[in-house]
Ligand binder design. Structure first.
Ligand SMILES: [Zn+2]
Length: 70
């Protein structure tokens, strides 16, 4: 999100409309060094794998329980 030091406010990407200067005062805006969508960390991916494995196992248990009740 672009930040203007002179106006002391953030601008939305739509307000800046692809230009590098502030729509209010014309100052060149400082953009964040990193990209807007950083990659997910490895421990988040590990958590997702563990959650999917757990839910898959619980689904198997549900099917076994349902078959046992028939
Ligand atoms: Zn400004």
């Amino acid at each position: 999100m672009p930040w203007c030091d002179a106006c002391d406010r953030f601008w939305t990407v739509d307000a800046v409309a692809g230009q590098d200067d502030c729509p209010n005062c014309g100052t060149i805006l400082a953009r964040p060094a990193s990209d807007e969508h950083p990659a997910a960390p490895w421990h988040f991916k590990l958590l997702m794998v563990a959650v999917l494995a757990y839910l898959g196992w619980r689904a198997i248990q549900l099917l076994a329980w349902l078959v046992g009740r028939l």
